[in-house]
Design a protein around this ligand. Structure first.
Ligand SMILES: [Mg+2]
Length: 390
């Protein structure tokens, strides 16, 4: 494989919604197209940032795209077998980058690396899930065959126009009626009383508390907020997400010891080393807790596989992995590697739903077998690439 060209564009994702920590009014993302040439022809790999960390235009233009374009064919292939090698791509992108201090570069590398996976899968004539299954193996612990994954819907944001519990209940019911297994809403951005009403409305719509998860976006970091967490624990929800700051391992350890409910966290851990610290010091429990590392924000799939290997070596299962955000590439990783489930946004948009040729029923997504990650089959995502593909 040879890298022919790379394009990047920063796009606006602005929406009038918020969680407990940030507003999404000025959110941006990077759209990336990597054109490659192989013996089978030329292919375009599409990459799109994950949500929550803004676009990476400066880093892409100044460091990572020039490195990719400067790489020789030898740099991209295994010296022994001669086969194209994603670990070598990762080495090219990370050349002269020191360990630690991930900042925004992990997202810049992640979006580029994901675009190359898309091109690689297309060049092999495979959906990304089948390429991942072939190269890294599928775990049957999730209870589903390769090509399928559990799927849940997330939404329940706070709206600038005001919130009411009945609208939230409608959103949850619509998602569950569509075939998603459970629904997740935001909490921690309103009074305890209002949040309680929001949760109760969705539990009533779902019919059982296990079909509702809540995302606190670190709202319970302060010790004086922990009493409210104990009240949430009594509701027997599916999980409580990011109760404390992602780097507050002691706080997470305290919370993990105090709660019976599963904890989901990890979307703001951006490297295998950070994830290792999370498991070593966060007090998380392999029998129930959920790891949400988001590989598009975290140096890409190559680094994500290191996280999975590290976790499996310390008693965790791939079932514990449910990636953050609703990325098309994450859908394929879930279906190809046998992860716990896939998240999708409840509203239409780049992170909402799945591509048109993926089917959702009874809490299971049957992922398309078209080559690549399927961005081309998701019009609300593909529109961000207008004019970038011949
Ligand atoms: Mg979250």
């Amino acid at each position: 494989m040879k890298i022919v060209s790379v394009q990047e564009r920063t796009v606006s994702l602005g929406s009038a919604t918020a969680n407990a920590a940030i507003s999404f009014d000025s959110m941006t993302a990077s759209a990336v197209v990597v054109e490659v040439e192989t013996q089978r022809g030329r292919f375009h790999g599409l990459g799109f940032s994950s949500i929550g960390r803004y676009g990476h235009g400066g880093l892409l233009r100044e460091r990572f795209i020039p490195r990719l374009l400067a790489a020789s064919v030898t740099d991209l292939h295994d010296p022994d077998s001669g086969a194209f090698c994603m670990q070598r791509i990762w080495g090219v992108l990370m050349k002269d980058e020191k360990e630690g201090g991930h900042g925004e570069r992990s997202g810049a590398v992640g979006v580029l690396e994901t675009a190359i996976w898309d091109a690689y899968a297309k060049s092999e004539g495979l959906p990304l899930w089948a390429l991942l299954q072939r190269e890294f193996g599928h775990s049957d612990e999730c209870g589903l065959p390769a090509g399928q994954t559990g799927v849940y819907a997330s939404g329940g944001h706070y709206h600038a126009t005001g919130d009411d519990a009945s609208r939230l209940a409608d959103e949850a019911k619509r998602c569950l009626d569509t075939g998603y297994s459970w629904f997740k809403l935001k909490i921690g951005g309103a009074s305890e009383t209002m949040d309680r009403k929001r949760i109760e409305a969705t539990v009533a719509a779902a019919g059982q508390s296990r079909r509702i998860a809540v995302d606190a976006n670190c709202a319970f970091d302060a010790p004086e907020k922990r009493q409210a967490l104990a009240k949430l624990d009594a509701l027997s929800l599916r999980w409580i997400e990011e109760p404390v700051n992602p780097l507050n391992y002691r706080g997470l350890d305290e919370v993990s010891s105090a709660l019976t409910t599963a904890i989901a966290t990890g979307e703001n851990c951006f490297a295998a080393a950070d994830s290792s610290n999370l498991l070593l010091y966060g007090g998380l429990r392999a029998d129930r807790d959920i790891l949400q590392m988001d590989f598009v924000l975290s140096y890409g799939l190559t680094e994500y596989l290191r996280m999975i290997n590290m976790a499996e070596a310390t008693g965790w299962s791939r079932r514990n992995f449910i990636p953050h955000a609703g990325h098309q590439a994450a859908l394929h990783a879930c279906a190809g590697l046998g992860l716990g489930a896939h998240e999708t946004g409840s509203a239409p948009g780049p992170f909402g739903g799945v591509s048109a040729c993926t089917r959702i029923a009874n809490g299971i997504a049957t992922v398309s077998d078209r080559p690549g990650t399927g961005i081309e089959n998701k019009p609300e995502l593909l529109r961000y690439f207008d004019g970038m593909i011949d």
